[in-house]
Design a protein around this ligand. Structure first.
Ligand code: 6LW
Length: 520
């Protein structure tokens, strides 16, 4: 591979799992799962497969996305598939809380997308493909297929059993592709954690039988010490120049033992070459060499992810997430122009129903700050995975507090008076493994009685700062592993959330900056 360009993985960092991709001419579109968050199914656009920009959310109206209050964390919207057929975009996904697949269509992938058509077919991970007769086939985990009418939502034939991988648990994420007169069936197996793997089979007939590739799984990082783990849930795409690529999910775990991942499952990209009619990929690395002749823009670095929102626009940017719904009475960008005003709906972050507007944590080392006017209410900035796993910088009654909730435990780690009016608070995460000398309450949590020093189990340190007239003060530093998937379980990752749990509060701005790793 001479004259190779390189690019950086993950191409879409942060909690962006289960990628599905399609190409129309020179344009690529990619969607991810969104679970209990509203709006649902973020959609991205790229011209080079590396630099992605979110252009909207496919499910951005309550009548497309029913997430009833009983929707548990990591419930809701599972793996979507995006396809383009006959001038129309199709997105199909499963809402596990209503137990149905829903299909929406659009002519412009930035929206609006149609109201949903529901398909009452079991299993998860629906995918669509059209055969040579123009018939539409739905594949689902298991793995099986159904011939359907995608616009009426009716099943015309099936289930047709297909091929369930090499025997790994959870054969899922099936996608069918028509390539060189074959039907290729891509399947993930082994579960979405470190056993994850991608296998493939093919048939001349869409109804099978499918013959597996001689070497399966053709992509897995299981039982390796590679820094990127859990590689799987993939989708294939052919670039405009004829080259082939796989998008897939993976995790970047830190610390030991076991390693912890805190950003959720992220989207990675790997080039594919075909050998004797089967796809071959190299292991997924953070810096990947792209084959010579690939789109030249692959040499460019992806957006480092810094962003600031001054809340001057009358609409919330596509990257903002709420939990299960964003009722009109809970937020406003016009009530106090230039500020995001939030009104409490629920009274605690510990239960479903709180008013939160959140952005994903995209980097292991980063800082997120807000300027918040809590008024007479209770408001702040949280770093959360779910209702039972969050660290909060909370302001009420003239006091700023660091509050941690982990499983059934809730504790106030630090508090300090603040003057009335707007306060600037920041949460920073660092991946260093040595405790800094400023460490406070966190040490009591992570290493009772131990002197400051090496803490090999930590995946990161989360620090909580408040701006005062005398400069920024670190109120506490907590061990980040308690806000990891290994502790919290589930399919999502961390988000930074602006919230209010009593009265009303206004946010002047939100600022997110990646930071260079501090090292050991
Ligand atoms: C998804 C399944 C999986 O539906 O995790 O990694 C599930 N794979 O295919 C939820 O994201």
């Amino acid at each position: 591979m001479t004259d190779a360009a390189t690019y950086r993985n993950p191409v879409i960092p942060g909690f962006h799992p289960d990628p599905s991709i399609c190409r129309v001419g020179e344009d690529y579109y990619l969607v991810c799962s969104s679970f209990e968050y509203f709006p649902g199914v973020p959609i991205f656009h790229s011209r080079d497969l590396v630099n992605w920009r979110q252009i909207g959310n496919v499910l951005d109206r309550p009548n497309q996305l029913e997430l009833p209050p009983g929707t548990h964390a990591s419930g809701g919207i599972f793996a979507p598939t995006i396809r383009h057929h006959d001038g129309r975009f199709y997105m199909i996904t499963t809402n596990v809380n209503i137990g149905r697949h829903l299909l929406v269509t659009a002519t412009d992938p930035a929206g609006p997308w149609s109201d949903p058509i529901y398909l009452d077919v079991p299993h998860i991970d629906p995918s669509l493909v059209w055969d040579d007769n123009g018939d539409c086939w739905l594949t689902v985990s298991g793995v099986e297929s159904y011939r359907i009418d995608p616009l009426a939502g009716t099943v015309l034939e099936g289930p047709v059993p297909m091929w369930s991988g090499t025997g790994g648990q959870y054969p899922e994420a099936p996608h069918l592709y028509r390539i060189d007169g074959w039907w290729y069936l891509l399947v993930s197996e082994g579960g979405t954690h470190t056993g994850h793997a991608v296998s493939i089979a093919r048939s001349r007939d869409i109804r099978g039988p499918f013959a597996p590739a001689p070497v399966n799984p053709f992509l897995t990082h299981r039982s390796t010490d590679r820094p990127i783990q859990a590689t799987g849930h993939a989708d294939l795409v052919q670039a405009a120049d004829g080259s082939w690529w796989l998008v897939l999910l993976g995790i970047r775990a830190k610390g030991q033992w076991p390693p912890y991942h805190v950003l959720g499952r992220e989207t990675f990209l790997v080039p594919v070459r075909w050998v004797d009619g089967w796809p071959v990929v190299d292991p997924v690395e953070e810096v990947m060499a792209a084959p010579a002749g690939s789109p030249p823009a692959l040499a460019t670095a992806p957006d480092p992810g810094a962003h600031r929102d001054d809340f001057d626009d009358p609409t919330l940017a596509a990257g903002w997430l709420s939990l299960r719904a964003r009722p009109a009475e809970s937020w406003s960008l016009t009530e106090r122009p230039g500020w995001l005003t939030l009104h409490a709906v629920g009274d605690t972050l510990d239960r479903v129903g709180a008013t939160i507007v959140a952005r994903r944590q995209l980097h292991h080392d980063c800082r997120a700050g807000v300027r918040v006017d809590p008024g007479a209410g209770r408001a702040g900035l949280t770093l959360r995975i779910d209702e039972a796993h969050h660290y909060d910088l909370e302001i009420s009654e003239g006091t700023v507090r660091v509050v941690g909730r982990v499983g059934p435990f809730r504790q106030v780690f630090a508090e300090q008076p603040v003057p009335p009016g707007p306060v600037t608070v920041t949460i920073a995460t660092r991946t260093h493994h040595l405790l800094p000398p400023t460490v406070t309450a966190a040490d009591q949590v992570t290493a009772p009685g131990a002197p400051f020093g090496v803490r090999p189990a930590a995946c990161d340190t989360v620090s909580f700062e408040v701006a005062t007239a005398d400069g920024s003060v670190v109120l506490a530093e907590l061990d980040g592993r308690y806000l990891s998937t290994e502790v919290a379980a589930g399919f999502t990752g961390r988000v930074f959330g602006l919230y209010v749990t009593e009265g009303s509060a206004a946010f002047d701005w939100f600022d997110y900056q990646p930071m260079p790793p501090a090292g050991d």
